[in-house]
Design a protein around this ligand. Structure first.
Ligand code: CP
Length: 308
């Protein structure tokens, strides 16, 4: 079992707990049949107040592959949310039927409200521009698997660092590892929020530098983590249009990168990675996406106290 019954941000897991999740995920990957019935009779509720493809479907696949079942909504307007029901009342309702709750919400902090309304495990599947801890588990496990570990790496985070919750979560988690060099690459309008810079990066003494041009730092990177400009978080469409194609990683730019650099992306992508890059052996984003299912299987098992 884990120390906390909810996972709202990466710091809700200790480094040791994360390592246990990664080891379990790797065993599940290698021996899926061993885990096919560990969640028999258990029900997961997936409450998605915001669109998702990977997170919702990988949680669904994770629970089904563990032998459990899944219910919930992907469109809150088809639920009593449409009639004005509060998060707290929806969670109390779902708690009568399910064993574990996965929630995505556009408002920062909504999963914390959910966790305070129930005794069930609650997993934050992304809250506004804030945190996305299961993407972080996926990202760390991908780095472990394809770079052999996190310590000692130079990691570039590129794109919308202002609104990209996957970046905020990943920086938080990386702040606990030794000797990691972070290169923040963004347009000046989309730099990392001040609270992340002060409360996480400076508070932990992280080694970081900021860049505007990807080409200026690309040759130094072991990992390049690309992100989409988060259209849904912009107040002004003109700003989005001006910034959306600021970075486009293509085959020509990839000539500047190390031969063993890996390219990651939480996906969905829009234009920031040209399709031609998909055939580059350094492209890791589809493997990363698949990894998300195994990591979520392991997390669900740990939160529910299930064993093979
Ligand atoms: N990475 C991620 O959160 O993707 P979805 O928005 O499709 O769930």
């Amino acid at each position: 079992m884990l120390k906390n019954k909810y996972i709202l941000e990466p710091m809700d897991l200790t480094v040791e707990e994360m390592d246990e999740i990664f080891e379990l995920a790797e065993d599940i990957m290698e021996n899926p049949a061993k885990y096919a019935h560990v969640a028999d009779g258990k029900i997961m509720a997936t409450l998605f107040y915001e669109p998702s493809t990977r997170t919702r479907l990988s949680f669904t696949a994770a629970m089904l592959r563990l032998g459990g079942q899944v219910m919930g909504f992907s469109d809150p307007s088809a639920s009593s949310v449409k009639k004005g029901e509060s998060i707290s009342d929806t969670i109390k309702t779902v708690s009568c039927y399910a064993d574990i709750i996965v929630m995505r919400h556009p408002k920062e902090g909504a999963p914390r409200v959910a966790a305070s309304a129930t005794d069930l495990p609650v997993i934050n599947a992304g809250d506004g521009g804030h945190q996305h801890p299961t993407q972080t588990l996926t990202d760390l496990e991908t780095i472990r698997k394809y770079k052999g570990g996190v310590e000692g790496l130079t990691i570039g985070l590129c794109g919308d660092l202002m609104f990209g919750r996957t970046v905020h979560s990943l920086i938080k988690a990386l702040s606990r590892y030794k000797n990691v060099r972070i290169k923040l690459i963004s347009p000046k309008e989309l730099v990392i929020p001040e609270y992340v810079r002060k409360n996480v990066m400076e508070a932990s003494g992280m080694d970081y530098e900021e860049f505007n041009r990807l080409e200026d730092v690309l040759p130094d990177l072991d990992v390049l983590y690309m992100t989409r400009v988060q259209k849904e978080r912009f107040f002004n469409e003109d700003d989005y249009i001006r910034l959306k194609d600021f970075y486009i990683l293509n085959a020509e730019k990839m000539k500047l990168a190390k031969p063993d650099m890996i390219i990651m992306h939480p996906l969905p992508r829009v234009n920031e990675i040209a399709k031609e890059v998909d055939d580059d052996p350094r492209a890791c984003y589809f493997k990363q996406m698949r990894m998300g299912m195994f990591v979520r299987m392991a997390l669900v098992m740990k939160l529910l106290g299930l064993e093979a």
